[in-house]
Design a protein around this ligand. Structure first.
Ligand code: RAM
Length: 340
């Protein structure tokens, strides 16, 4: 190729580069830390991989960090370490609603942008929360599933993650409120909220204990992907009459989902997992580039997901809601299991 042609091509490329607006939200060189609730949970691995892909495609870098345990103390250790490095932002799924406040405030005071995804620390601990689906929308879907699967009446229990988990407790509180406020749930009896700590073995043991304590238990609702997968296996292996619903990953629920006696879970819910990673990435990046501050009514474009508006969260802070909860059942589980 002759020199003139090369320089013409180079000039053209430079003009193009300067004329092409930066992809909304993600700018070159941004350094972001993504903090999950615990290691070894496919939920966070899937969200983190789409978060990373989104940021890296635009020239930023992401460090994904997991605490040693699913506790606030372990996350505080992680945050301490991150604050001493030159991160532009931290995006966190909180193991506790209030306990991270001092550390996250310290991060913000140090000029680090703080967003959260999946599980929100309180409103003073973050600039914005990326909520996978509205808290009440998730609770409503779960309550209606419990009512339907129980046949309108009877005992049911919740198998949660840790007792401090901000998102679990928000969903559980919203479910209790829905149940109390509408007469149609009055024949349902919530007998216990058990905690499997998002550990497969503990979740299995808690399922076994619930069945032993409540022989007439009709439904277990596990709003945790780890808990529901463990309970699904236990109930199905033991041919239990007790049925299951909750929040799960289709890939982990494939063999347990179906509305017949062979399967332990007629249907369950989750949301667009790749979308959660992407939207969290774009929102965090938009904070760094000062496109948003996290204030109510601000808007931004989250790449091919389109435009999002920051709304008021139930805790008085702000949030960006990805979409609606999605139902997985025998009709769509095979297709969805290929995605996440
Ligand atoms: C588990 C975690 C996570 C929750 C999902 C549904 O993986 O507890 O925080 O959002 O379940």
């Amino acid at each position: 190729m002759n020199k003139k042609l090369v320089s013409t091509l180079l000039c053209g490329a430079m003009v193009l580069a300067s004329a092409t607006p930066a992809f909304a939200g993600v700018a070159d060189g941004q350094k972001i830390a993504l903090v999950g609730k615990s290691a070894g949970n496919a939920f966070f691995e899937i969200a983190a991989s789409s978060f990373k892909e989104t940021v890296e495609a635009e020239g930023g870098t992401v460090e994904v960090v997991y605490p040693e345990a699913a506790t606030a103390d372990a996350q505080i250790k992680v945050l301490d370490n991150l604050i001493s490095q030159d991160f532009d932002a931290i995006c966190i799924s909180a193991n506790d609603v209030n306990a991270l406040q001092a550390k996250l405030e310290e991060a913000m005071d140090a000029g680090i942008k703080v967003s959260s995804f999946d599980s929100a620390p309180n409103k003073d601990s973050r600039q914005v929360f990326v909520n996978q689906a509205g808290t009440v929308a998730v609770a409503q879907a779960l309550m209606d599933a419990v009512l339907d699967i129980a046949g309108g009446e009877g005992q049911w229990a919740i198998l949660s993650a840790t007792s401090q988990a901000a998102n679990q407790n928000a969903w559980i509180d919203a479910m209790k409120k829905i149940m109390e406020e509408d007469e149609k749930y009055s024949k349902l009896e919530l007998v216990e909220v058990a905690y499997g700590d998002d550990e497969p073995q503990k979740s299995t043991d808690q399922t076994a204990a619930l069945l032993e304590k409540y022989p007439d238990l009709k439904v277990i609702c596990a709003p945790t992907t780890v808990g529901i997968a463990a309970a699904a296996k236990y109930l199905q292996d033991n041919e239990s009459a007790c049925k299951l619903t909750g929040l799960g990953l289709p890939s982990e629920m494939l063999e347990y989902t179906g509305a017949d006696d062979e399967h332990s879970c007629p249907y369950f819910y989750l949301w667009d997992m790749q979308g959660l990673g992407k939207l969290s990435a774009y929102a965090t990046s938009a904070l760094i580039s000062d496109e948003i501050t996290g204030a109510l009514d601000e808007t931004f474009t989250a790449g091919d997901l389109g435009e999002y508006t920051i709304t008021e969260a139930d805790d008085g802070g702000t949030e960006i809601v990805l979409g609606l909860p999605l139902q997985f059942n025998s009709d769509n589980i095979e297709e969805m299991a290929k995605l996440y």
